[in-house]
Design a protein around this ligand. Sequence first.
Ligand code: GRF
Length: 224
Amino acid sequence: MEKLKLAVLVSGRGSNLQALIDACSAPSFPAEIVLVISNKPDAHGLTRAEDAGIPTLCIDHKNYESRAEFDVQMTAAMTTFGTELVCLAGFMRLLSDEFCAHWHDRMINIHPSLLPSFKGLDVQQAALDAGVRFSGCTVHYVRPEMDSGPIIIQAAVPILADDTAASLAERILVEEHMIYPEAVRLIADGRVTVTGDCARILDHTAPTHSLVNPALKFGSITKF
Ligand code: GRF
């Protein structure tokens, strides 16, 4: 089986990278990681990749005069390794328009909110402050505007009465580790088509039940 070649870009902990490494270790998974790049020399993600025998590169943004030069270097490295899909996994650099154009519909990101709500940083606190009843995570194709682009898959996580930003982040992260490999699988299987700002999934099976938070008490509903 010809596998989709992934490059994963990280800046830190790399738990989503680990979820992708674990998924790719299954012989039937339709993708493989050919390269991991970090812009930070001490990113734990680099160690995870080395432990898994995956080629790594540290391209330290501090060594480049401009964002454009840094991005050109990353594209050159990924191209050398035959990258077909770029997976941003906690990569904490803004990307140039040219870089986004080069990898258009060939680059995805994971974000810990239900986009388009709560873009940027500290999104769990933002969700708590807004008083929403659900947050979650999103895997989407990357466009030049931060945290935007066609949505591939989302997981909704109910917010609990005593949640803190940390407890919510922890529950969302569990879902991230499930939906990121699933998004890669959908793409590798050729089931995702992008038209403009919208991605569609071939043979899309959606859950049939709604989630309600706070939970409905049995018998509390008046039917008209
Ligand atoms: C994740 O919460 C991801 O959604 C966001 O950055 C975090 C990276 O975590 N983009 P990790 O490095 O994958 O553990």
